[in-house]
Design a protein around this ligand. Sequence first.
Ligand SMILES: O=P(O)(O)OC[C@@]1(O)O[C@H](CO)[C@@H](O)[C@@H]1O
Ligand SMILES: [Mn+2]
Length: 445
Amino acid sequence: MESLKMNSIPERLSARYKGTFAYFTIRDRLPVTLTRVIDGLSRKISKLKAEHNEDVAEDAIGIISKLSKLRNEMQTNKEIPELNDEFEDLPIWNNYLRNADQLQESERPLKWFTASWLFTECYMYRGIFSAIMARQFLKSYDPYEEQKQQSFRPEDNIYPSVIQLAMNAGRSAEKFSQLLQFSLWGNMFDLSLFGNVDVSTKLTTQLETIKSNILSNDDRQIYSSLEYRWHNVPTNQRRIDFVLDNIGPEFLFDLCLAEYLYRNNMANQIYFHVKSIPWFVSDVMLKDFFWQVETMKVAHNCPVISELGRKVHQYIQDGVWQIVEDSFWTTCHDYNDMRTIAPDLYNSLEKSSLVILKGDLNYRKLIGDRNWPHTYPFKQALRSFRPAPLAALRTIKADLVVGLADGVSDELSKQDSNWMTCGKYGLIQFCDSKLLANSEMDASR
Ligand SMILES: O=P(O)(O)OC[C@@]1(O)O[C@H](CO)[C@@H](O)[C@@H]1O
Ligand SMILES: [Mn+2]
């Protein structure tokens, strides 16, 4: 990985480079995602026809036709067309398609195997939504809802010990770090990873065994930043924001981290940012947030899950925990663009003591989905996105990363060429400084 000349910005990942995860995603993974959505609709048609719901079945047939066209255009590297629907973010998408500046896209017109991966992958999910929302009867259909709801099983006994930790532990760097780690690994949480453990000691032992897979761990800096605010900032100014990722185990462990912070007065207000449309299959929408909390509340065979569900419900009712939607999170823009594309959102985040961004796609957008040297400093890769202290909790699932110590990336590449896409490694990275001084910010453009 060559070092970066001062102020030069590396280009964005793209499927134009064979052998990259972007290429594999556009060639293989996204067509499979489209096919799964089409198959789900085909099963729906059979059911609708059996129920003599011909009109609704017609809607599903219409969506299938559009998605089949989308899949064919992707697989034959066609020019990506402007969108045509009534959703609020339409101008943002079509402006991007018409005017993507040279810094974002290196050639025009935008095509599936040459445009930036961030744009093409986000466009596919937005294109699926566009085909659905255009219909009369199925406009609110969420093609991933069944999968999302199957990912949360209250009976999985991994949850009680983490919830008890969240509901009982006092303010301590160690307990905070454990809850950060559960929130991190929830991003690639695999129950087979922890098996059917039923005691917290074994669980925290498990955390210890995989802690070395956290390749960059700023947990102590994050805790110190919160401690500083605890001693120096009035209680009513301790807002913490979660930019959520996936429903299921990840979301539950995010709620555990939030409960720990709130109960220990390290936050007096918590904001949860959810997606406005069905996104990257498992991302949490407002309806999914309520579904999982309601499901937790009635998990009577697991009292602690039910207790946490009732607490979260009450916090939302009292307004001390808020769920916010903004369509910026489901555009193709990276976070360096937020100040210009969604200034109100940026201004809101500026009021936060800590913005916790979960998962791989959020990380990609934080660093512009660019091919930075792996040792490039995290805070520099953020460029002008610094509304507040930021923490990224990400299991590495795409072939880009920053902020690693010298030699780490080379060593891991020797061990396993797929180390960046296997989901085994994670990052807890932190940037405390708010907005750069103008001069520095200009330099980072
Ligand atoms: O954001 P998440 O849920 O952690 O992961 C999003 C993801 O599944 O989609 C992209 C590849 O298709 C990658 O960013 C990553 O693998
Ligand atoms: Mn996701």
